[in-house]
Design a protein. Structure first.
Length: 602
């Protein structure tokens, strides 16, 4: 096995490297809590970026050019390291977040990255340290008074912990007086803690998404005499809550058994659920200062989530559900955390929501505040703590060794004879998307599904005229999932598989245009041949041949490629792709590349 040198960088290093134009994948990651070491492996080269963020203290590691292809996840630990979260920061980067327990911090200059290869990295964290002693001073009575508490209050709120049946507020000091109230719109429950202050390390905002509670926030509305406030942002149909002091030191918040209707002594009727009935999606709205996308329905919801690699959007699939005829998504302003939102009734019993987050927005998790609602957490990137690097460290920024594909053999482009059926090559042409899924939508409403269908039909016709059997996965505007496309190719023992798509990025980036061609394993030579033919035949900008783990590439056994014929959001590409003559030119170039690969003259 070849050995690679080790490289080091500190968490305060800012790596000014452009993210790759293609999407690689996070293969695996794990955190060794005994060694305080994080390890991760990607399927292609990656250059991580790191920053330390406060309130609460956490180390944020971004992996540019990496797409998860899986739901966000969190692993919780005991001790000073509270949890490690994995999520999609935006369409161009995955994010790993190591969160410390309240009251702890780390020295960012002691965080060491080691690039074993360009695809395999370890991150060594130093031992977390308690915050300086001036944030908590022991009093003769055994209580703890925060440094900012000048009034002599005997209670200090230290942290928040969600339990199976409620919420526990960790405190130091005596037993305070508690006042509980609920807002008129029933969306908030507040607990005012008399004579209490917040510890400097106490979290100010805690995500819950259980028991009808979305999140808990801590604040200090009154300094003298001190009053600390605990605010529960709740579902309006959730029950009331009660607060009591605990004998072990702390406050216990528990839901009551009845749901108040707003009038004292009254209760609201419990929703009637009909077993087997479809849930109707009644509303989808941005709430809690645009930090959540909330879905509400008439019945309990069952769902699955994951990143849709075909569209690049976060996909929420809700089973046994239907979209209301009047349901609409939220109005998306320029500052919205959601760039694009699409609703569709995929089958009679399945509703799908596709969410494309805006740049700098992380979809961190999706939970159920109540049986009839879903809350998708939208987290904007926060400014890092201004940390000055140690001038004596002088550690160079590492450049991990490249692991590019092996160069083609001397008899390129076709070192291995392609398979044939009955002596005649069979080529699958796969126009992406279709039906209710338009694919990417670009300038002037230009839709990917129509562009690629036209190009695909023309490619198939050209191949047939050249004596090559061409089978197209869809010949009209119909909905077709990824698996049936692969099954068709396997069933007919196809020689090669060519999927045709159009690319997109934010409409605010019309300057980005160009051709990208993707392959996986055996498709490298096919990809290079088609790519070169398109460059020659159209003059389109070259954005490279890339390896990717798209479903249709991984699951097909024959050489397979995915051709992105241009950006519908690109000023240059969109104008050309709208022109039928240019689409014919593109089809000729793709067909010519396929024929070259098959060893046939065009």
């Amino acid at each position: 096995m070849k050995h690679f040198p080790h490289f080091l960088l500190t968490a305060t290093s800012l790596l000014l490297l452009a993210a790759p134009a293609h999407a690689s994948r996070l293969e695996s990651w794990r955190f060794d809590s005994n060694r305080n070491q994080l390890e991760f492996i990607t399927d292609e080269d990656v250059q991580p970026r790191a920053q330390l963020i406060s309130d609460p203290t956490r180390l944020v590691i971004d992996l540019p050019g990496v797409i998860l292809g899986r739901p966000a996840s969190t692993q919780s630990y005991g001790g000073a390291i509270r949890s490690v979260r994995l999520g999609q920061f935006d369409r161009g980067a995955a994010r790993l977040v190591v969160e410390l327990a309240p009251g702890y911090t780390i020295d960012p200059n002691q965080v060491k990255f080691r690039g074993i290869t360009a695809r395999q990295w370890t991150v060594q964290l130093p031992t977390p340290q308690l915050l300086p002693a001036d944030t908590a001073v022991n009093t003769p009575s055994g209580g703890v008074t925060g440094g900012s508490n000048q009034s002599g209050s005997s209670t200090q709120i230290q942290g928040v912990r969600v339990t199976p049946d409620g919420i526990f507020i960790r405190t130091n000091g005596g037993s305070p007086t508690l006042n509980v109230s609920r807002s008129d719109d029933r969306g908030q429950i507040t607990v005012d803690v008399q004579g209490a202050t917040l510890a400097l390390a106490a979290p100010r905002d805690v995500l819950v998404n259980r028991l009808g509670v979305n999140r808990v926030t801590l604040s200090q509305p009154q300094a003298s005499p001190p009053v600390a406030r605990i605010t529960l942002n709740v579902d309006r149909s959730s029950p009331d809550w009660q607060a009591t002091t605990s004998s072990v030191g702390g406050l216990v918040l528990l839901p009551t058994s009845k749901v108040a209707s707003g009038g004292e002594g009254n209760t609201a009727p419990t929703p009637v659920f009909r077993p087997g009935a479809l849930a109707t999606i009644e509303s989808i709205a941005l709430e809690n200062n645009d930090s959540q996308l909330v879905v509400r329905a008439s019945q309990p919801l069952k769902y699955t989530t994951g990143w849709d690699r075909a569209t690049g959007a976060y996909r929420v699939t809700i089973n046994s559900a239907q979209l209301s005829k009047t349901v609409k998504g939220p109005q998306l302003e320029a500052s919205s955390p959601v760039l694009k939102l699409r609703l569709r009734q995929e089958t009679a019993n399945t509703a799908v929501i596709l969410i494309t987050p805006a740049s700098g927005v992380l979809i961190s998790d999706l939970n159920q505040p109540s049986q009839q609602s879903l809350a998708l957490q939208l987290q904007r990137s926060r400014s890092p703590v201004a940390v000055q690097p140690n001038p004596s460290a002088n550690i160079p920024v590492p450049v991990a060794p490249r692991t590019d594909p092996v160069a083609p053999p001397s008899n390129y482009p076709n070192p291995d004879p392609p398979r044939a059926t009955n002596g005649r090559p069979v080529v699958i042409i796969d126009p992406g998307h279709g039906g209710p899924d338009p694919g990417a939508i670009g300038i002037g409403g230009l839709q990917e599904k129509g562009i690629v269908l036209d190009i695909g039909q023309k490619v198939a016709a050209i191949l047939e005229r050249q004596g090559v059997q061409a089978v197209i996965t869809r010949s009209d505007d119909r909905d077709l999932d990824l698996e049936p496309r692969v099954q068709l190719a396997e069933r007919i023992n196809a020689t090669v598989f060519v999927s045709i798509h159009a690319n997109s990025i934010s409409l605010s980036r019309p300057d980005i245009s160009g051709l990208e061609t993707y392959y996986y394993q055996s498709g490298l030579n096919l990809a290079r041949t088609i790519h070169q033919s398109v460059l020659e035949g159209t003059g389109i900008q070259d954005r490279g041949v890339r390896s990717a783990r798209f479903y249709v590439l991984r699951k097909t056994s024959m050489p397979s490629v995915l051709v992105e014929v241009g950006f519908v959001t690109g000023r240059d590409d969109a104008a050309k792709l709208s022109d039928g003559n240019y689409r014919t030119q593109m089809a000729n170039a793709i067909a010519r590349g396929i024929l070259r690969y098959l060893g046939r003259s065009s």
